[in-house]
Design a protein around this ligand. Sequence first.
Ligand code: EPU
Length: 340
Amino acid sequence: MQIQENYSLKNYNTFGIDAKARYFVEISSVAALHAILQLDRGYPAKFVLSGGSNMLLTGDLDALVLFINIKGIEIVSETDEYVRLKVMAGENWHEMVQWTLEQNYGGLENMSLIPGNTGTAPIQNIGAYGVELKDRFVQCEAMAIASQEIRSFNKEDCQFGYRDSYFKNAGKGKYIITSVTLQLTKKGHVLNTSYGAIETELKTARVEPPTIQAISRAVIAIRKSKLPDPKVLGNSGSFFKNPVINKEAFKIFNSTHPEAPFYKVSEQTYKIPAGWLIEQCGFKGKRYGDAGVHTKQALVLVNYGNATGAEILALAKHIIDAVATKFDIAIQPEVNIIGN
Ligand code: EPU
């Protein structure tokens, strides 16, 4: 384990922000994580980094950055119908999904091409095209930062919600997830093609009946058409969450904006696509220096090259204010803002 000083994080966050870590160390095993957490004297606060796909760095980090790069996929149990996989935290999510599809394991196909690593997937309960991590989740293991003990969290412990979990709330900053166990199907795959765009893609590809691999290809095609590739254009996926508003607020909103898309979440709550709200405020495709709003999906903020985290954050605040003024709806970042 080599501890580096004043280390640039530009290649470790998908926004491509050039912030520096006071100290940086790559962790490739659970034992190494245990060791570094025990040896904390002399170092400032710790900061956990993995895929760096859901964060905005707004300045240098006066911290010991722990880059979690623990690899491995293991079958922990299986029957004729299903398989349970223990995936170590540092496995790239999309590569892991593609591997499961090569084995003909079903369940993750709708979540193809989501950036980031597997260990951070439970933190915000990643999801796409009608499926969320929680739907395939069995348990995860995490090391308590204070005691270095490994604790198992089942689905209930994780308190999953829409882009939300225990690890974003009461458990924030207390644990480092080391592995995630998922349950997938080996046969009788349950296909989720309810998202209109998937059906259209499958029809174009003329795959009949659809397979899990074809759904994955459809999802990849849809995502590529809307979402920028972080290797080409720095971004963190959806920058904001879709706001969920109560029935009364929805009635007012819907009567003044009958053309707006919405999803009914429950009898009392409705979700409004933040991308639509932002586009209506005129931000889609706008660029302010190197910070901008993606041309094809207004929910995604982008770094055209040398934007600072502070510039992206200023743009985000500007958007939040504009949406509040025009629609009286508060939108919130989905990404973690790191720094001031
Ligand atoms: N829309 C606009 N203008 C825009 C963008 C969207 O009018 O610029 C409208 C669309 O026309 C559509 C609606 O908003 O009617 C929803 O758009 P879309 O299907 O693209 O999905 P989203 O709600 O913007 C969410 C997730 C994505 C996920 C997709 C598909 C959140 C915050 N985002 O986006 O997740 O891939 O659904 O399931 O829930 C992410 O979390 O990083 C992410 C990319």
